[in-house]
Design a protein around this ligand. Structure first.
Ligand code: 5AD
Ligand code: SF4
Length: 443
């Protein structure tokens, strides 16, 4: 019988895709997937540390593994990802959870095979765990790991790793190093072969896709990359995340608008609506620039689905600053927004600033969520009665399908799961608690 692996992923799409790479390594070693931790011979936690809530949850979850390890001492427990890369954290994990066998940093996932083999040898000699963290600023881009993809008809494709921006609240540049862009030819080849293999939606991933190529000497940038991806034949959708308002350009917006395969969907995190807060956050744009971008997007793509990340309670945020955020949200009319309470991260600039009481943050986030819910509801109403092309992505239940429109809205409808991966026309019939429901039509 195959040995079994179980991977639990915390955090963003970048991590979801990295877990696919970990799965690729394990499948190569002869492991098969299980969704039951208790059955697994190897358990991998791919961690996140973007907010304190993520970290607390992961600590709780690692703690739960102790009992599983006790039941089967040969089980291998692996902790990887952002959390391990924080200053001193690998040692904290190793001490607090002595049953953990392997700890790998964000740039060392590709070493998993050799570390598992090393562990087997160490076990024979009764030697302890393995910690492998690369603290260099620009770790090498690893190309020889083939992901075991789990999200058909969607496929994730990294275009770059790391971040140079050092937004004052953000831990990412500390745990993922500086920007490293992949070679354009390798990205194009990967997308081409995914489309050929039948994937219908490609999502390009990078912490700041607009600065793709800035570390390269061949003149490649996000625009030139997109112009090459535009040439790939076949019907598929291309999305990308995340765009940064300081870098998104009009030529990229125009190119998206004129390319049928590029989705009219832009995730453009604003974080805050007040210029004072944006400055303190080190975001390097102001609300005027942000409004200019929104106007430009809408000029070329009136139906573009625009989404955002918004934070409340950044140090120094006054009620007036927060009102600026509410005002911006009202003016932009996001299809959807991910809202966060600012969470101090050790080692970042903002963690040293004077913090705002939690009760104020709580109050602000509920007001922000109420406003955005209202907007999402109103925008959803506008879909009712329209026929939209939807890519069938999943079948959450028997005879129930879901998929997204080009602009990124999720739609539920009935149909057989054999339709997964196909484009269908769906007439939107109702908007129930901001979720769209419809029927497949032959138009
Ligand atoms: N606290 C709260 N939210 C954060 N984000 C990043 N760092 C923090 C933090 N310290 C949010 C930002 C980012 C999203 C991925 O997570 O909004 O865009
Ligand atoms: Fe974090 Fe800012 Fe980089 Fe995004 S751009 S990963 S928010 S530092």
């Amino acid at each position: 019988m195959n040995k079994l692996y179980y991977i639990e992923t915390f955090g963003c799409q970048m991590n979801v895709h990295e877990s696919e790479k970990i799965a690729g390594i394990l499948v190569n070693l002869g492991y098969a997937e299980t969704s039951d931790r208790a059955q697994a011979n190897i358990i991998v936690f791919n961690t996140c540390c973007i907010r304190d809530t993520a970290e607390k949850k992961i600590f709780g979850n690692i703690g739960e593994l102790k009992i599983l390890k006790k039941i089967d001492k040969s089980r291998i427990i692996v902790i990887v990802g952002c959390m391990t890369q924080q200053d001193g954290m690998a040692e904290v994990i190793a001490t607090k959870f002595p049953f953990v066998d392997i700890i790998l940093g964000t740039s060392n996932i590709h070493l998993l095979k050799e570390k598992i083999e090393e562990l087997e040898l160490r076990r024979q000699r009764k030697r302890g765990k393995i910690i492998s963290i690369d603290n260099t600023e620009k770790p090498e881009v690893i190309e020889n790991v083939t992901p075991y993809r789990t999200s058909y008809p969607n496929a994730w494709v990294n275009i770059m790793y790391g971040c140079n921006n050092f937004c004052a609240y953000c831990i990412v540049p500390y745990v993922r190093g500086r920007e490293r862009s992949r070679e354009p030819e390798l990205i194009i080849e990967e997308v081409r072969s995914l489309v050929k293999a039948g994937y219908k939606e490609i999502t390009l991933l990078g912490q700041n896709v607009d600065s793709y190529g800035s570390d390269r000497t061949d003149g490649a940038n996000f625009y030139t990359l997109l112009t090459k991806l535009k040439e790939i034949e076949g019907k598929f959708r291309l999305r990308f995340m995340t765009s940064h308002p300081k870098d998104l350009s009009e030529e990229v917006i125009k190119l998206i608008a004129e390319t049928p395969n590029f989705c009219n969907n832009i995730h453009l995190p604003v974080q805050a609506g007040s210029n004072a807060v944006l400055k303190a956050m080190n975001r390097k744009y102001d609300r005027e620039r942000y409004f200019y971008l929104i106007d430009t997007i809408r000029k070329y793509m009136p139906d573009c689905g625009i989404t955002s990340d918004i934070m409340v309670g950044f140090p120094g945020e006054t009620e007036e600053d927060f009102q600026d955020t509410l005002d911006l949200v009202r003016r932009v009319q996001y299809h959807n927004a991910f809202t966060f309470i600012y969470s101090p991260r050790k080692g970042t600039v903002a963690a040293k600033m004077e913090q705002i009481p939690y009760a104020i943050k709580k109050d602000r986030i509920s007001r922000l969520i109420a406003l955005q819910n209202q907007i999402t509801l109103t925008l959803s109403e506008a879909f009712v009665g329209k026929v939209k092309e939807v890519l069938v992505e999943d079948a959450p239940k028997e005879n129930l399908l879901c998929g997204r429109t080009d602009c990124g809205r999720l739609v539920n409808f009935s149909g057989d799961k054999s339709l997964i991966g196909q484009f269908v026309n769906v007439r939107i019939d109702k908007n129930k608690a901001s979720a769209l429901w419809g029927e497949i039509v032959n138009e």
